[in-house]
Design a protein around this ligand. Structure first.
Ligand code: ADP
Length: 328
């Protein structure tokens, strides 16, 4: 059976981008058709300035939201990365397989380094080596497919390269993974700045819809979304990125093509109202289930404990084999 692995970083509250670009597909498709593991990758949250209590709280919230989004512990493994030592163990071997040049070429490293410098913060070494840890996350489980949004495909490509290189140097050890992407909403953009992605790690929130936003907050954010000077509703990512983003969000909610949807509107007001309604309806069941689960933290705790146990059992043989192959 196909092995699937993917994760979310607890660097902020989960967004509509995380949900449409990744989590929804994990819940609706991946967990049913494959042998899947989904992980809150908390070690990755330490690559930038962080507050320990906040990381712990957001990890728990992210895990709760994964379950609320429909990940079923009977169907897949849900766990927290730092509970399974194999990730950090294998990460070091990945650092010994990668070159610093290929790490420095990563777009996210360049972007996040620039942002950190703008804020006057020093850049942690772990920001550079982040893709080695991500490769370890993926390769430890013999992963075939990694369902991710567009922003992560470069890192999955690197994991592929490292798997191939390691296998060539030290003998067949890793399955070579590939990235898969959702057909729509692989890149949900910020409602206030539709040239940038809707990312939870960003401090500013007015263009970001969070999964736990109240209905009136969602409506306000959508109604204030940046559109264009022209008033025609056309689907054109280049010339009209704000409108295209709204159409893609509506498309992801309704299953209709963005171009087909564009033809139904003559003004932005009606489009925004429909987008807001669709997003509110999309999030309602997730929020209801989240409230139930959050009221029973012992349950979430036990799901994560059992998940870590299963994950450890799956990862250990591969990581042990990698240590043996590299000469340790
Ligand atoms: P973030 O950038 O929000 O911190 P993560 O690194 O935790 O996101 O990514 C979790 C998953 O959500 C990944 O598969 C990523 O590709 C996807 N994702 C994140 N932001 C978006 C977005 N704006 N549109 C589509 N997918 C996204």
């Amino acid at each position: 059976m196909t092995r699937v692995f993917s994760g979310v970083k607890p660097t902020g509250h989960l967004t509509l981008g995380n949900y449409l670009g990744a989590v929804r597909q994990w819940a609706e498709v991946d967990q049913h058709r494959s042998d899947a593991l989904f992980c809150v990758v908390d070690l990755h949250a330490l690559t930038m300035e962080h507050d320990p209590a906040r990381v712990r709280r957001l990890s728990r919230q992210a895990a709760t939201l994964l379950l609320a989004s429909g990940l079923d512990p009977e169907q897949c493994v849900v766990f927290v990365q730092s509970h399974v030592d194999e990730h950090a163990r294998l990460s070091y071997l990945m650092e010994c397989t990668a070159s610093d040049g290929e790490m420095r070429r990563m777009i996210q490293y360049k972007e996040k380094t620039a942002q950190a410098r703008e804020r006057g913060e020093s850049v942690r070494l772990s920001l550079l080596t982040y893709p080695a840890l991500m490769a370890a996350d993926i390769l430890a489980y013999g992963t075939d497919e990694v369902p991710v949004g567009d922003d992560q495909t470069q890192h999955v490509e690197l994991a592929r390269d490292l798997a191939v290189r390691f296998n060539q140097r030290y003998g067949q050890t890793f399955v070579v993974p590939r990235a898969t992407r959702p057909t729509v909403a692989a890149r949900v953009m910020d409602l206030q700045d539709p040239t940038g992605k809707m990312g939870k790690s960003l401090a500013s929130g007015p263009g970001i819809v969070y999964l736990l936003d109240d209905a009136d907050v969602v409506r306000k954010k959508v109604m204030r979304a940046v559109t264009d000077a022209a008033s025609d509703v056309v689907y054109d990512r280049e010339k009209s990125p704000g409108v295209a983003n709204l159409l893609e969000i509506l498309s992801a909610c309704t299953g209709k093509e963005p171009g087909e949807l564009a033809a139904q509107y003559s003004g932005y007001g009606a489009l925004k109202r429909d987008v807001a309604d669709a997003v509110v309806e999309l999030l309602r069941p997730v929020q209801e289930r989240h409230a139930e689960l959050a009221a029973d933290p012992g349950h979430v705790e036990s799901v994560l404990r059992a998940g870590a146990e299963r994950a450890r059992g799956l990862a250990r043989p591969t990581v042990d084999a990698a240590y043996a192959a590299i000469g340790l």
